[in-house]
Design a protein around this ligand. Structure first.
Ligand SMILES: [Zn+2]
Length: 130
């Protein structure tokens, strides 16, 4: 199963569980080390959503930076790669811990306003009686 298909499954479950309306926008977090190419997510979403309940749903992918904690001095810093990233404080290049940047997750979803105001019908009836 492709990554996008699993995302769609998670979204569909979430939507059903909370009885949400149509999902109009999805925001994902794509960590630099997650190994997922943002463009390929967008491409797959465009290709796979037509004809599903997610047709027309916007997708936003936020690339989250890689943050390392220095092995020597414990300073946290952003890096392009987990390999040979020189600590800006002490210059240490190896052995750093990854603080964040491995995650690939659904950050947020937006849903269409559902028909929550179902008691509006009774107001209409009341108005009609005039
Ligand atoms: Zn350091």
């Amino acid at each position: 199963m492709s990554l996008i298909e699993s995302i769609m499954n998670i979204l569909a479950d979430e939507r059903d569980r909370k009885s949400l309306g149509k999902i109009t926008k999805v925001t994902l977090q794509n960590g630099r080390l997650a190994g997922v190419v943002t463009d390929s997510i967008l491409f797959a979403w465009e290709a796979l959503t037509p004809g599903t309940q997610f047709e027309g749903c916007d997708i936003v992918v936020n690339d989250t930076p890689l943050v390392l904690r220095c092995f020597s001095c414990q300073k946290e810093f952003e890096a392009q790669s987990a390999m040979l990233a020189a600590c800006p404080a002490c210059g240490q290049e190896i052995g750093h811990a990854v603080v964040s940047g491995r995650e690939f997750l659904i950050e947020n979803i937006e849903v269409e306003d559902s028909d929550e105001e179902s008691d509006e019908g009774s107001n209409k009836d009341a108005a009609r009686q005039e």
